[in-house]
Design a protein around this ligand. Structure first.
Ligand SMILES: Cc1cc2nc3c(=O)[nH]c(=O)nc-3n(C[C@H](O)[C@H](O)[C@H](O)COP(=O)(O)OP(=O)(O)OC[C@H]3O[C@@H](n4cnc5c(N)ncnc54)[C@H](O)[C@@H]3O)c2cc1C
Length: 188
């Protein structure tokens, strides 16, 4: 059992995993490394003049794995609300449970059916600005909640906001992931 299951391994899911794993939560990310970012040549991602999408994803996957997130190569077929939290099942028979779930599966997905989630008129899951949905502890981030304003950087920001909201709930106070330059013996 993990603390958090993330469904989707695009910028939204990987950014959420980064913040969660960096701050001590166990997180499993499910996907088959098929984000739409693989098609992009990004010239609008802060910090890079231009970067091929596959390279951005390679760096991001490496970063989150180094922080301890587990990337699972699997397509999720069902999500169920259970007593322990959320249970997921994958097409290849894998499964898992977690207290929290963050849905970042990209454009509209049938995965949300039967969970009692509130959808917008286009069928996308509604979330507040931290990705909280009407189902407690189930979050949504990135393209999964945005039929418009589809940008990699916006998805990454959404994922980070959902992760910070979970970390704040767990710590019982507003949490900011700040590191100080002066604390680094080599750089400060
Ligand atoms: C041709 C093209 C060019 C683009 N160029 C740019 C650009 O230059 N700049 C820019 O900012 N944006 C660009 N974009 C948009 C960018 O790709 C999206 O903003 C970004 O992919 C959204 O990230 P996300 O994490 O929200 O969703 P996604 O990247 O769609 O990630 C969702 C992930 O969930 C996985 N998934 C889906 N269903 C399941 C399931 N059942 N189980 C497990 N995993 C699942 C998917 O395979 C995918 O890996 C471009 C898009 C396209 C198509």
């Amino acid at each position: 059992m993990a603390d958090v299951i993330v469904i989707g391994d695009g910028p939204a899911g990987l950014a959420a995993a980064l913040f969660l794993a960096k701050n001590g939560m166990s997180v499993e990310v499910y996907g088959k490394n098929e984000s739409w970012v693989h098609k992009a040549l990004l010239k609008n991602y802060l910090g890079f003049q231009r970067i091929p999408g596959p390279e951005l994803l390679r760096l991001a996957r490496e970063q989150v794995e180094q922080l301890g997130a587990i990337l699972v190569d699997a397509e999720i077929t069902t999500i169920k609300k259970v007593e322990e939290g959320f249970q997921i099942d994958a097409a290849d028979g894998q499964g898992s449970t977690a207290d929290y779930l963050i849905l970042t599966a990209g454009p509209k997905t049938s995965l949300v059916e039967g969970l009692g989630l509130t959808l917008d008129e286009k069928g996308y899951v509604l979330g507040d600005r931290n990705g909280r949905t009407n189902v407690d502890k189930l979050y949504v981030a990135g393209w999964s909640t945005r039929p418009d304003k589809i940008q990699a950087q916006i998805s990454a920001g959404d994922g980070a906001a959902a992760a910070l909201d979970i970390l704040s709930r767990e710590k019982g106070k507003e949490f900011h992931d700040f590191d100080n330059l002066e604390d680094d013996p080599d750089l400060g």
